[in-house]
Design a binder for this molecule. Structure first.
Ligand SMILES: [Zn+2]
Length: 64
């Protein structure tokens, strides 16, 4: 099953929910509100910011 991944900024834990499930309203680990939870999987997220349309395939890039 495909999973969506979120990172809780508060406790730094990864939250995985099945695809089709909405973003958790609170962190299941520490109870932080959704404002602290950010999606981290690479599906359909093309929002890198304005003016950054350059494709960068550098070797050994440390993308976090
Ligand atoms: Zn948390």
């Amino acid at each position: 099953m495909e999973m969506k991944k979120f990172l809780c900024e508060n406790c730094k834990k990864t939250i995985e929910v099945p695809r089709g499930t909405p973003k958790p309203e609170v962190c299941p680990y520490c109870g932080a509100p959704a404002a602290n939870i950010h999606r981290i999987d690479e599906g359909g997220g093309r929002g890198l910011g304005p003016g950054r349309g350059r494709r960068c395939h550098s070797r050994g890039s440390g993308i976090f």
